[in-house]
Design a protein around this ligand. Sequence first.
Ligand code: ZN
Length: 96
Amino acid sequence: MERNHIVEGGMTLANARQNGVAGLEGWCGCGHHAVVPIGPVIERLGPARSIPSIMLTCSRCGARVRARPDWSEAKAQGKPDLRPRPQQKDGGVGHG
Ligand SMILES: [Zn+2]
């Protein structure tokens, strides 16, 4: 699989884990915030499940909350970012 097209907010569980995401988080309107580990979620729903289609239930008020990838772990790991290298010019244009 060469395609590695990651759409913000539309990634699958497998994609998220590949990118270092260790859990899913949900923010409820009541102010409750919860994080669930991604491993058991993948076992239950399958790796191809897209994260925005997953709904978590708030344990405080019972509302349904859309799951989001929890990037805090991935950021803590300090993934190397890819930067474009400065182009080197071939010198040596003499005058003559
Ligand atoms: Zn709530």
